[in-house]
Design a protein around this ligand. Structure first.
Ligand SMILES: Nc1nc2c(c(=O)[nH]1)N[C@H]1C(S)=C(S)[C@@H](COP(=O)(O)O)O[C@H]1N2
Ligand SMILES: [Mo]
Length: 319
């Protein structure tokens, strides 16, 4: 259990609940020396018991003025209906196939056009800012949406610390990739490592968060452990998971889905009901767990915060 002021949380002390349970079970039956071997076997066979949320609780959490009071999607849906192609292309696969994904130790290399490039470990990441709960709408380009109490802090806290230079116009993000733990690019149908990008001013927007948890707990592997982006005004695929590299660059970086299919996916990918995807209308969406569709809103309803970022841009062209 972990309940301290956020800046003092040390990632090294955060134990995923599945390991926890395995240890508890082990301790409960630890009469014989054989139990030790048995306990180890459970861990090493790579099949610790899986819980709905594999996380330890994080807290205390600041409340955010950016949170919606809309009904939250059941956590079981959010953790069992995922897009994480590294761990399968079917929605229910990541929860299974990411079970033994090794997320510790973890580092994020931050480089490029900055005065203070550095490599962060998770303890350094957690010291950047107090943790907040951000209840955001999240809209997938495939037409479904969810409302999730994410845990994180503004991405701009990290950006300020590394001090971008005047050459930094965009930020490029890269996900972890390991062919031993993950699907091949050929099997998944997209190039790995997964990459994404933002314009620097978009990345500085207070709505953009680095996310380390959901529903009060450490991020489950299938939701992008240990650190991902959450960008509520953009389609879900911009919210890149399991980040290992952040680079500040002068030119618009290449992104996984626009590279894959430039006619279907643009760099900006702001939620916009007036720009249909060739295969999916974006006019409506279905909240997971609900029957009736609801209208999709421009910028996913976050226009008041972010519309100014796109003043004067033709959103039909820069989709
Ligand atoms: N590395 C990586 N990040 C990713 C994806 C992915 O396949 N790989 N899928 C994206 C898509 S399409 C969506 S909708 C969201 C899903 O996040 P969730 O599973 O937490 O709901 O993650 C995004 N981030
Ligand atoms: Mo998505």
């Amino acid at each position: 259990m972990l309940f301290r002021k956020s800046p003092e949380i040390r990632w090294s002390e955060v134990t995923p609940r599945n390991v926890y349970l395995t240890r508890r079970r082990f301790l409960a039956g630890a009469s014989a020396a054989g139990a030790l071997a048995a306990g180890y076997r459970i861990l090493e066979s790579g099949q610790p018991r899986q819980t709905v949320l594999a996380g330890t609780r994080l807290g205390p959490l600041l409340k955010s003025p950016f949170s919606t009071d809309e009904k939250q999607t059941p956590d079981n849906d959010v953790t069992h209906y995922n897009n994480f192609y590294e761990f399968g292309t079917q929605k229910e696969q990541p929860a299974e196939l990411a079970k033994n994904f090794k997320t510790s130790p973890w580092t994020i290399q931050v480089d490029g056009a900055v005065n203070k490039p550095r490599t962060y470990d998770l303890d350094m990441i957690l010291k950047l800012a107090p943790l907040e709960e951000r209840i955001y709408r999240h809209r997938c380009v495939e037409g479904w949406s969810i409302v999730v109490p994410w845990i994180g802090f503004p991405l701009n806290a990290l950006i300020r610390q590394v001090e971008p230079t005047s050459k930094a116009k965009y930020v490029a993000f890269q996900s972890f990739y390991d062919s031993k733990q993950m699907l091949s690019s050929r099997a998944a149908g997209i190039a790995f490592p997964y990459v994404e990008g933002l314009r620097l001013d978009e990345a500085m927007d207070p709505l953009a968060i680095l996310c380390v948890g959901l529903y009060g707990e450490v991020l489950p592997n299938q939701n992008g452990a240990p650190v991902r982006l959450v960008l509520p005004w953009k389609y879900g695929f911009k919210s890149i998971k399991s980040i290992v590299k952040i680079s500040f660059v002068e030119k618009e970086p290449s992104t996984t889905w626009s590279r894959q299919n430039p006619g279907e996916y643009g760099f900006y990918s702001n939620v916009n009901p007036s720009v249909d995807h060739p295969r999916w209308s974006q006019v409506q969406e279905r909240r997971l767990g609900e029957l009736l569709k609801r209208p999709t809103l421009l910028f996913n309803g976050y226009g008041q915060q972010v519309a100014a970022l796109y003043t004067g841009m033709d959103l039909l062209k820069y989709y």
